[in-house]
Ligand binder design. Structure first.
Ligand SMILES: [Ca+2]
Ligand SMILES: [Ca+2]
Length: 196
C-alpha cells in the first residue's frame, strides 16, 4: 500500500516537473513584418556619399513600399540607390524592447529579391545589424553575402548573441551596400526577428 502511494506521488512529481519545465523553457519572442500595412515599426536610414554630379547633395537613394513585387502578401520594400560613386549603404531599422541585463540570442531572417543572377560580379552585398544602439554608419553592419546569387527571392539570415546591459532595447537592421558602380534596385520582404 505504502509503495503504491509513493509510486503515485512519484508520478505526480514527475508530471509537475514536466509542466513547470515547459513553462520555464525559454520560448522565442518572434516579430514578423511583411509590409502589408505600411512600414510597421521599421524606418529607413542610410550612410551614402555626396554626389559630385549634384554638388551639396547625397547620391539618390530611397526605400519605399511597392505592390509590384512581394514574397508574401502584396507588398515588399524596394531599396534603390545610385551606386555610381561605388559607395553607400541603405537599410531599414527598428528597436525591440527586451529585458535589461540579459544574455539573448537574436536571429534575423528576411527574403531579398534580385532581378538577375550574376555570380561573376559582386554588384551589391546584403548587410544586417543587431546591437545595443541605433546603427548609423556602414561600419556598424555585418556583411551576409552578395546579392544576385539567384534570379528571384533568396533568404538571408543573421544570428548574434548579445548582452542587453542596462538598456531595455536593442536595434535590428537589414539592408544593402554598394559594390559595383551602377544603379541598384532590390526588394526585401518578410523580415523575422526571433529572440531567445
Ligand atoms: Ca509582403
Ligand atoms: Ca539609424
Amino acid at each position: 500500500m505504502k509503495l503504491k502511494i509513493y509510486g503515485i506521488i512519484g508520478i505526480g512529481l514527475v508530471i509537475t516537473l514536466i509542466i513547470i519545465g515547459f513553462y520555464l523553457y525559454p520560448k522565442p519572442f518572434i516579430i514578423d513584418e511583411s509590409f502589408e500595412n505600411g512600414f510597421g515599426e521599421w524606418s529607413k536610414d542610410a550612410h551614402v556619399p555626396l554626389d559630385p554630379n549634384n554638388p551639396g547633395h547625397e547620391v539618390f537613394w530611397n526605400i519605399s513600399r511597392t505592390d509590384s513585387l512581394a514574397h508574401s502578401g502584396s507588398y515588399s520594400l524596394n531599396f534603390s540607390i545610385d551606386g555610381m560613386q561605388d559607395d553607400g549603404t541603405i537599410w531599414v531599422e527598428r528597436k525591440v524592447l527586451v529585458k535589461s541585463y540579459s544574455n539573448i540570442k537574436v536571429r534575423v531572417s528576411f527574403h531579398l529579391y534580385s532581378s538577375s543572377e550574376n555570380q561573376a560580379i559582386t554588384i551589391a552585398r546584403v548587410v544586417a545589424f543587431v546591437g545595443n544602439s541605433n546603427p548609423e554608419v556602414e561600419d556598424d553592419f555585418q556583411i551576409l553575402g552578395p546579392t544576385n546569387q539567384v534570379l528571384g527571392w533568396r533568404e538571408y539570415t543573421y544570428e548574434a548573441n548579445l548582452n542587453t546591459c542596462s538598456s531595455d532595447e536593442i536595434w535590428v537592421a537589414v539592408g544593402i551596400t554598394v559594390s559595383w558602380e551602377t544603379y541598384l534596385s532590390y526588394n526585401i520582404d518578410d523580415i523575422r526577428i526571433e529572440i531567445t
